[in-house]
Ligand binder design. Structure first.
Ligand code: PBG
Length: 330
């Protein structure tokens, strides 16, 4: 068997050109999806304390920001509404209002920037006073009754111009039901990006600050529908069901603590597979960088490249614009 000193693994690493030549994975701007938080008002820009550098933007500023993202070559954005508390109700009916914040921002972005993909979450948590993703009945998030609302919410968002419906609620059977509802309403071309393996994670904390669902949720959690972080085979079952129900694309979430799940999902199913580098992951990297403990640019690109190596076709990241600028600079 040939081995050292004939074999020297460092030989291929000696120069930048040879490192480039043998590189197995590449991150490009085509891999990036930028999640953006939307608030009411105009010329409104609210910082989010637990996500330094990320702001909630009013619709006019979202339209501008999406223009910049598009100019940088980012293929798609995911829009998240920070619903004013007075619009929230126990059952989250505002989700079905065609004039709600997310529908208005989708229409505004679509009108100004056709050609960039628009992704919208489907789940009730931006709209419920409980902060839960579904309808609470006798202390439990009721699956089937919630699905009826998610179907309507999907159609309302598709009608506003949303290109990709991303159910993030983790109810059983919602992907198939939403597919039927979209097809019946004439939206056969609208894609479904299923948050297929979504874990009950502490890393969503800053997101819940950003959309105001943390205070609504109070001490509650989402463990009766989001997955147990201990489980891997269960993720494969979740994905298999969503594939059978018609998901066009899959997502694993969070990202870095679940790289093994991402790898397994891509290997086994081979569908377009996305990963969400969630708010808590962003906060960790950015918080450390702001203290001078990490190099933000290098740590960001390395974290995103790790997702590519694990098999991701695309990455939702709050660092999308920074990453796109860095990639352009080369
Ligand atoms: C809502 C939703 C959440 C995230 C995306 N969609 C939070 C949650 O499930 O409580 C989290 C994203 C992030 O942390 O960046 N269903």
């Amino acid at each position: 068997m040939t081995s050292f000193p004939k074999i020297r693994m460092r030989r291929n690493r000696t120069d930048e050109w040879s490192r480039r030549l043998v590189r197995e994975n590449q991150l490009t701007t085509d891999d990036l999806i930028w999640p953006v938080f939307v608030c009411e008002g105009s010329q409104q820009r609210d910082p989010i304390a637990s996500m330094p550098g990320v702001e909630r933007l009013s619709i006019d500023l979202v339209v501008e920001a999406v223009g910049e993202a598009k100019a940088l070559g980012i293929p798609a954005v995911a829009l998240f509404p920070a619903t004013p508390p007075e619009k929230k109700t126990p059952d989250g009916e505002e989700a079905l209002n065609p004039e709600n914040l997310v529908c208005r921002v989708v229409r505004a972005v679509k009108e100004k920037h056709p050609g960039i993909g628009i992704i919208c979450d489907v789940a009730l948590d931006p709209y419920t006073t409980t902060g839960q993703d579904g309808l609470v009945r006798h202390g439990y998030v009721a699956n089937d009754e919630t699905i009826d609302m998610l179907c309507e919410q999907s159609v309302v968002q598709a009608r506003a111009g949303c290109d990709v419906i991303a159910p993030s609620d983790m109810m059983d059977g919602r992907v198939g039901a939403i597919r039927d509802a979209l097809d019946r309403a004439g939206f056969a071309h609208v894609k479904i990006l299923s948050y297929a393996a979504k874990y009950a994670s502490a890393f969503y904390g800053p997101f819940r600050d950003a959309v105001g669902s943390k205070s609504a949720l109070g001490g509650g959690d989402k463990r009766t529908y989001q997955m147990d972080p201990a489980n891997g085979l269960e993720a494969e079952r979740e994905v298999a069901l969503d594939v059978a129900e018609g998901a066009d694309m899959l997502m694993v979430k969070p990202g870095m603590p679940y790289l093994d799940i991402l790898y397994r999902v891509k290997q086994r199913f081979g569908l377009p597979t996305f990963v969400y580098q969630v708010s808590g992951e962003y906060a960790m990297l950015r918080g450390a960088a702001d203290r001078g403990w990490l190099d933000w640019e290098r740590a960001l690109l390395e974290s995103l490249l790790a997702f590519k190596r694990a098999g991701a076709d695309g990455i939702l990241t709050y660092g999308a614009v920074d990453a796109a600028r860095l990639l352009r600079r080369g």
